[in-house]
Design a protein. Sequence first.
Length: 360
Amino acid sequence: QQQQQQQQQQQQQQHTFGFPLSYSTMLFPKMPLLIGCDPALVPKAGAEVVREFAAPIGGAGNMTCEAAGRKFHQKCLRSRGLPTEEEVKAAAELLAPMVTSESFATMDEDPESQENDETYKGPKKGIVIGKKEYPDHYDIMGLGRERYLATDKQIKDEYKRRSLLMHPDKCGVAQADEDEKERIENRFKALSIASEVLGDPKRRREYDSVDAPKTDLPDDLEPEDFFDECIPAFKALARFFDGKQDAMKFIEEDPKAPYDKVRKMYEFWAKFKSWREFPNDEEHDVETADDRQHRRWMEGENKGMRDEEKKKDTKKIKAFVQRAEECDPRVIKHKREEIEARENKRLAKGAGKREAEAAA
């Protein structure tokens, strides 16, 4: 009878507190968790959130009542190292293609991967500048086709997906020989490094600067060659614009574009600022610094060399923009029309003066 009474009391408490106490015990096995609520505040139509707390509040006697709610529930799960509902849902969406009957065990079996794209030319050759080597991080991440256009979400998703497929345990490293084992481990290490570089905005900017092809800005320009030579050069520079606006919108390709749009185009490019960096062959390897002071000195020297190259690049871009404006047929036409308008105005003024003198 005593056991039956205890079970009835537990069931009554579970109903009063809103969910089983066993669930609270699972979350905090060494700490009692009490959830309090006021039945008088619960409307007949359903539940209502009365208030939220970031910390426990004192209850009657020696009891402590925890604030209840969706956010508190998430906090409990995270404190125990358990995933929240949102995290479980996100993981399920990401891993859904891998747990179906049509899932693939390697990247070669994925029909949408770059490895199975006949138009994909494969990884780029590694670039070496001084003591630094820049491998093709986009290729190992499966973003060799997107490259600098890849979004942060694509980088994160591809890393999660490929890290599962390229993990040494997944690739049978235990049964592989020494050469194959080294290849598998180096590939997974390269994937981790690529994720670190592309996931860091500063390091990715440096890598994109090196990965981008050299921008050829035409020197000798003629009006008849403007649209064939200058417009592609402007488009090549647009990706390096260091600002929130879309530089592509300030490139007028229409030969018949009104002069107001052409004028705004050159006003924008006259203030163009590039984010591109220029690592130098003679840069110091900061990883070999003896101490913090030595490292800072190396970083300062490296920055000075890069700034010098950046000044040269800025000067080169400004000179190109000036040359392009001077040989733009639309600008030339507008200047000619202005000269003709002034000349016609002068002639009209002179004719009027002569007529006045003749009449006198």
